[in-house]
Design a protein around this ligand. Structure first.
Ligand code: ADP
Ligand code: MG
Length: 579
């Protein structure tokens, strides 16, 4: 293996003189005072190599020795990852004191001793390719596939396969014969370099299946789809965490992965304390059973922060290869971008806008591009739905991370300070937010088959009414209540009905927190009926009185158990009011 000698140290960036070939992205270990520091190659100039060290370089001296590994930053993928807390380098945080890495300390990501109930899915003589399913184990009631090594080239033949029984992750559960006649021993663990997208699927069509989240402002107004992408910008305190928790709990996903590249250590600690408490409304069990948390705080060195989102995405791809539906959330991708910026600045690269790297746009788009709905080689489907938050400094949505994310993410949920201040939760701005899926013919086709043909036109109509309501609110602001015709007030109050009845939703009320799709259909129909009615009022005060009463009954309906006597009573009242 290639060896190197430290020739310079600038914070976490270290230059090395090397005695052989090294490749971009290769991992090396630097010896210092008894510690082995892990580092990644970021630039190669002949014999001079720039590496970024994943932890503190305190005390590192020129002349220290390094050893290259010949592989990129990779993680281990296998049974035993669910409900774990990892850092960006896949260290098991539960095995450490506190949530902070001690320097030079790396832990085993998987339990090598635990026994798993293996059931074979392939049989001797089967022709298989990389990622094909050989067997299955169950982890926390999730069926996980044991797959042909992802790196396998061409087609191999199953020479032997283990009988059903208990095995450890490193036990050989299958032997394959590859195209060259070599034997390939297969255990339950895969390795994958995190910065490379897994393309072990047959096809990645445009996603089209509505992913129900129970959050009305998403499902009804700005739907996300299985395998889709979205992003949530929002200043501190606008409800990012509440929204993320709601989506992780309620969305129809088999596996939830949270990449927490927190701003402050306490936000990450919050994740560790709050997430294990969340109950999965589908099963009544702890959500954590099917969740993995990848956590970094900004006091971890920059390179480790950069790695975490890739580690999380790679894990998501692993589960997608098994035909599972993965929900991946990263909070916040701005921290990731800042890590990229720090590194590029240290390398003295020519900076792009706001000193971010020139290729920021490409990095973000490649990353979002790894999500998606796929047809696997065996005809099954799997998906990664990705939602990232961005935390733009000072709420400035024109900064490069937000702008570049906007180009690639298909849904935009703009959390807004002003709405949060008015306690209009979730504070998703109804005018700026969007879902591009509403424009996809595939999505329309799906909705036609699963809900009804009228759904999308109704939603688009409500969006137009929200915009009109906002314009009128501005006019009323300037001209006063009596300065505009009475019909203007009616139009404005119709938009308030949409806001209060569909958009606003109390995440802490047992009933209101989750609205199943069938219930959302009824609400949409009711609100549409309210909006389509022509009203006759003499004074603007009559308008206000009427609509306040109407909204009040609608809210009572939202807080009542679906189709309960009370609920039916409120629906009847509303219908009476708009006769
Ligand atoms: P952020 O993560 O953006 O800093 P949080 O998600 O912690 O903000 O939300 C801040 C506060 O706003 C919450 O503690 C809660 O009181 C309120 N809040 C946010 N969303 C909702 C909601 N959907 N329903 C009721 N209250 C909410
Ligand atoms: Mg938060």
């Amino acid at each position: 293996m290639t060896k190197g000698t430290v020739s310079g140290v600038i914070a976490n960036m270290v230059t090395l003189r090397v005695d052989g070939a090294v490749s971009q992205g290769e991992i090396c270990y630097i010896e210092t005072g008894g510690d082995r520091l892990m580092a990644e190659v970021i630039k190669v100039l002949g014999q001079d190599v720039y590496v970024q060290v994943f932890e503190s370089t305190r005390g590192l001296k020129v002349g220290a020795k390094a050893e290259f590994t010949g592989h990129m930053l990779e993680i281990q993928l296998g049974p035993g990852m669910l409900s774990k807390n990892y850092d960006g380098l896949q260290n098991d945080l539960d095995k450490m004191e506190g949530v902070f890495l001690r320097r030079g300390q790396y832990t085993e990501p998987l339990d090598n001793e635990r026994l798993w109930d293996f059931a074979p899915l392939a049989k001797v003589g089967d022709k298989v390719q990389g990622s094909d399913w050989l067997g299955q184990v169950i982890e926390n009631s999730q069926p996980l596939k044991i797959m042909v090594p992802f790196q396998l080239k061409g087609t191999a033949t199953v020479k032997s396969i283990a009988a059903a029984g208990q095995y450890k992750i490193h036990d050989v559960v299958a032997v394959l014969t590859d195209e060259e006649g070599n034997e390939v021993k297969v255990d339950m663990v895969q390795h994958w370099p995190v910065k490379f997208a897994m393309t072990n699927y047959k096809e990645k069509p445009r996603p089209f299946k509505l992913l129900e989240t129970g959050v009305r402002t998403i499902d009804t107004m700005n739907p996300i789809v299985e395998g889709g992408t979205g992003f949530i910008p929002g200043p501190f305190g606008t409800g990012k965490t509440v929204l993320q928790h709601a989506i992780s709990k309620q969305a129809e996903a088999d596996i939830v992965i949270i990449a927490a590249c927190g701003e402050r250590a306490n936000e990450v600690v919050e994740i560790f304390t709050e997430f294990p408490e969340l109950v999965d409304p589908h099963t009544g069990r702890k959500l954590m059973e099917r969740t993995i948390i990848i956590a970094n705080t900004s006091n971890m060195p920059v390179a480790a922060r950069e790695a975490s989102v890739y580690t999380a995405m790679t894990m998501a791809e692993y589960y997608r290869s098994m035909g599972l539906r993965v929900l991946l959330m990263a909070d916040s991708t701005s921290r990731w971008a800042q890590a990229l910026r720090e590194m590029s600045n240290r390398m003295e690269e020519l900076p792009g806008p706001d000193a971010f790297p020139m290729d920021l746009g490409a990095l973000i788009s490649n990353f979002y591009g790894r999500a998606g709905y796929v047809y696997l080689n065996n005809g099954e489907v799997g998906s990664i739905t990705f939602l990232g938050t961005v935390s733009p400094a000072g709420g400035n949505l024109k900064e490069p991370v937000t702008e570049n994310t906007k180009k690639v993410a298909r849904c935009f949920y703009a959390l807004e300070q002003d709405r949060a201040d008015k306690k209009r939760y979730p504070a998703v701005n109804p005018i700026d937010s969007y879902s591009k899926y509403l424009e996809y013919p595939e999505f329309a086709e799906y909705i036609k088959g699963h809900i009804n043909e009228a759904w999308i036109p109704k939603v688009l109509d409500l969006k137009t009414r929200m915009l009109r309501g906002k314009e009128i609110a501005e006019q009323i602001n300037i001209l006063g209540d009596d300065g505009v015709p009475v019909e203007y007030h009616v139009t404005f109050w119709k938009s308030e009905v949409i806001d209060f009845v569909i958009l606003q939703q109390d995440a802490f009320d047992e009933v209101d927190a989750v609205t199943p799709l069938s219930r959302q259909e009824e609400i949409l129909d009711l609100v549409t009926a309210i909006c389509e009615k022509e009203y006759e009022f003499d004074t603007f005060q009559d308008v206000v009185d009427y609509f306040k009463r109407l909204i009040n009954v609608c809210k009572q309906m939202n807080y009542s158990a679906y189709r309960s006597e009370q609920y039916n009573e409120y629906v009847a009242q509303i219908k009476e009011m708009i006769k």
